[in-house]
Design a protein around this ligand. Structure first.
Ligand SMILES: Nc1nc2c(c(=O)[nH]1)N=C([C@H](O)[C@@H](O)CO)CN2
Length: 133
């Protein structure tokens, strides 16, 4: 398995439990890593892998179209999108709200999951930006 990463993807999302968060979207930052077949590199063919431009477009579309109370629910939704629509065998995702609380730069959720039957790689090999998950 190879891994595609997408770092510091900023998306407008409807998320939060407060009235102001239900009235307007806010910027969330996503860091994603997902598995792709290493056979894609051998064939040098986009048809054999997951097109990361399509992933970014679908995340933007979906997050602009629905509201989530919890950042955890939003995170699980993106994981399900990668599994069900793109067939990713393994996903690591970190989603953060930016500057929503005084004295806190980012707050959010981190989820790492393999599809049923897919064993997890050693996570130390696939650290996110600056070594963060
Ligand atoms: N575990 C969580 N706690 C909180 C969440 C959340 O999504 N998961 N959300 C909020 C508010 O929406 C907050 O972001 C507003 O500042 C509070 N706690």
């Amino acid at each position: 398995m190879d891994f595609i990463f997408i770092e510091e993807l900023r998306v407008q999302a409807w998320v939060g439990i407060y009235t102001r968060e239900k009235a307007a979207p806010q910027t969330v930052e996503l860091n994603l890593t997902f598995g792709v077949p290493d056979s894609a590199a051998q064939h040098d063919d986009i048809a054999d892998t997951i097109n990361y431009a399509d992933v970014i477009e679908r995340i933007r579309q979906e997050l602009s179209a629905r509201h989530f109370n919890l950042i955890e629910t939003l995170g699980e939704f993106v994981v399900a999108l990668l599994f069900d629509e793109f067939g990713a065998p393994w996903v690591k995702i970190r989603i953060a709200k930016i500057g929503v609380m005084k004295g806190v730069r980012r707050v959010g959720v981190f989820i790492q999951r393999g599809r049923e039957g897919i064993s997890l790689p050693d996570s130390s090999l696939i650290a996110g930006p600056e070594g963060k998950p």
